[in-house]
Design a binder for this molecule. Structure first.
Ligand code: EPU
Length: 430
C-alpha cells in the first residue's frame, strides 16, 4: 500500500501552477460524443477520474490521441453505442454524463449507475426528470440506467430542477444540444464548470444561452463540428492550496487561476486573517499572523463550495475561538471528523452542523482519506501539524489532484509517497 507522509510545521513559499478543472473535464470529455470529427481539448488535468472517463469513451470506440501532457484529441465519429461495464462506470460519478451524451446522439443509452465519493444519498432523479421532459423513457433496472427515445431524437423540453444540481444541469445540457427544438432548464446550477461546458459545446456549434444564470436555454442543432477548446483552471484545486497556505503559513503565488471563481473562498480566508492578493490570472496567498474564527455555510455557486468544506475545516481547527460550519449541499460530508480528532482537533457534529473549537496545535497521526476532498483536507491538516501524519486511501486524492506531492514539495512542504508492505498494513488492522 502507498501512503502520503507529511511532516508539518514548514511554512510554504514559492509558486504553484493550477491544472485544468476536474469537474469540467469529466463533463467536456463525454460531450465529445456529440461532435462529428476531432475535438482537441487542452488543459486536461492528469488525474485518475480523467483516465477513467477517457477509457469509457475508448471502450465505446472513440479514438483518443495524446498530443502532449495536457492535450488530447478525441474523435468520436466511429463510436458505436453499446453497454458500458459496471466495473468502470461504478468507479466514477461522471459516468452519468455518458447517458445524456449517448441519448442525445443515438436516442438510447444503457449505463450502469455511477459511483463516486460517498457523501450520503446521491440520487439522479433530476437527471431523469430532464430526460423525460425531452421525450425519453427512462428506467433503472438491475443497476443500469436504461433510457430511450421512441422516435430516435429527443425533442426540446422544459424542466424545473427541484434542487440546484450540477450533474443534472450538465446532463440535460448534453442531451439537449442535438434535440429537436428548445430546452429550458430552470433553477439551473451556476458553477464555473457549467459555463465551461456551455462554452465548449457552443464552440463546436451548439446554441446554449444563459449558462451561469439560473435559466439555461438550449436550442437544439442538427450537428456539432470538431474544434479546439481549453478547459478552465480548477477552482477547488486552487482553493485547496489556498487553505494549505492558510494552515501552514508562508507566502505562495498560485498561477493559472480565474480569481473571480475563487472569490467565495478568498472572502472567507480574508475573514480568517489570511492575506489574498488577486492578480489577472493568479493570486498571492500569505499568512503570517493568527487564524481568526469564522462561520462557513456551503452552498451552490457563488456560495462557498461544498468541495472546499473539509479543507476549510482543517484551517478552522487551528483558529482562535469557535467556528460553526454548516453543510448546505450533501447529507453526509463529515466522515473525516474522526480522523481529524486523531490529530487533536475539537469538533462536534450534529446533523449538517459542525462546531469547531480551535486548538493551539494539531499533532501528526495515521489517518485515512475517506474521500477525495477529505483526503486533501488531511494533507492540509498534516502540513500544519506537529510531527508526522501518514495518510492512506490516497487513490481517492489521486482521483482529483494532479501531482499534489510534487506541487507541495516545490513550495517547501515535507511530503512524500511512502510504500508500506501489505503484511505490515495487515498487522496494524484490528
Ligand atoms: N440531487 C438530488 N437529485 C438529483 C441530483 C442531485 O437530490 O438528481 C441532490 C444531491 O443529493 C445533493 C444536491 O442535489 O444533495 C447537489 O448534487 P449535485 O447534483 O449538484 O452533485 P453532483 O453533480 O453529483 C457535482 C460534483 C461534486 C460536487 C457537487 C456539488 C462532479 C463529478 N461532482 O456532483 O464534486 O460536490 O457537484 O457541487 O462534478 C468532488 O469533486 O469532490 C465532488 C464530490
Amino acid at each position: 500500500m502507498t501512503k502520503y507522509q507529511v511532516r508539518g510545521g514548514v511554512p510554504l513559499r514559492g509558486t504553484i501552477q493550477i491544472s485544468g478543472a476536474k469537474n469540467a473535464a469529466v463533463a467536456i470529455i463525454p460531450a465529445a460524443l456529440l461532435v462529428n470529427g476531432p475535438c482537441r481539448i487542452e488543459n486536461i488535468p492528469q488525474i485518475s477520474d480523467v483516465t477513467l472517463i477517457l477509457q469509457i469513451l475508448q471502450d465505446l470506440g472513440a479514438q483518443v490521441r495524446t498530443i502532449n501532457r495536457t492535450t488530447v484529441e478525441i474523435n468520436c465519429s466511429g463510436v458505436r453505442n453499446r453497454k458500458i461495464a459496471h466495473s468502470t462506470a461504478r468507479k466514477i460519478r461522471a459516468s452519468y454524463y455518458i447517458v445524456g451524451a449517448l441519448l442525445g446522439r443515438f436516442g438510447w443509452a444503457e449505463v450502469p449507475m455511477p459511483g463516486g465519493c460517498d457523501l450520503g444519498g446521491r440520487p439522479i432523479d433530476q437527471h431523469i426528470k430532464g430526460f423525460v421532459s425531452m421525450g425519453a423513457q427512462v428506467e433503472v433496472v438491475n443497476g443500469i440506467i436504461k433510457a430511450k427515445v421512441p422516435d430516435g431524437r429527443l425533442s426540446g423540453g422544459q424542466v424545473y430542477l427541484d434542487m440546484v444540481s450540477v450533474g443534472a444541469t450538465m446532463n440535460i445540457m448534453l442531451a439537449a444540444a442535438l434535440a429537436d427544438g428548445m430546452t429550458v432548464i430552470e433553477n439551473a446550477a451556476k458553477e464555473p464548470h457549467i459555463v465551461d461546458l456551455a462554452n465548449f459545446l457552443n464552440s463546436m456549434g451548439a446554441n446554449i444561452m444563459g449558462a451561469g444564470t439560473d435559466t439555461i436555454k438550449i436550442r437544439g442543432v442538427d450537428s456539432l463540428q470538431g474544434g479546439c477548446y481549453s478547459i478552465i483552471p480548477d477552482q477547488i484545486e486552487a482553493g485547496t492550496y489556498m487553505t494549505a497556505i492558510a494552515a501552514a503559513g508562508g507566502e505562495v503565488l498560485i498561477q493559472n487561476v480565474i480569481p473571480k471563481h475563487l472569490e467565495c473562498i478568498t472572502g472567507k480566508l480574508r475573514e480568517m486573517g489570511v492575506d489574498v492578493e488577486e492578480r489577472d490570472d493568479s493570486v498571492v496567498v500569505r499568512r503570517t499572523g493568527p487564524i481568526h474564527r469564522t462561520n462557513v455555510k456551503t452552498q451552490p455557486y457563488p456560495g462557498f463550495p461544498t468541495d472546499m468544506q473539509p479543507q476549510i475545516a482543517a484551517v478552522l481547527c487551528l483558529a482562535q475561538g469557535t467556528s460553526v460550519l454548516t453543510e448546505g449541499v450533501w447529507d453526509s460530508r463529515y466522515r473525516y471528523v474522526d480522523e481529524f480528532r486523531r490529530m487533536g482537533a475539537q469538533i462536534q457534529v450534529d446533523g449538517k452542523v459542525a462546531v469547531i473549537e480551535g486548538v493551539r496545535r494539531l499533532t501528526g497521526a495515521p489517518v485515512h482519506a475517506c474521500d477525495l476532498r477529505a483526503g486533501a483536507a488531511m494533507i492540509v491538516a498534516g502540513l500544519a501539524a506537529e510531527g508526522v501524519t501518514s495518510i492512506d486511501g490516497i487513490h481517492h486524492i489521486e482521483r482529483g489532484y494532479e501531482s499534489i506531492v510534487e506541487k507541495l514539495s516545490a513550495v517547501g512542504a515535507d511530503i512524500q509517497v511512502v510504500y508500506v508492505p501489505d503484511d505490515e498494513v495487515n498487522s496494524q488492522a484490528g
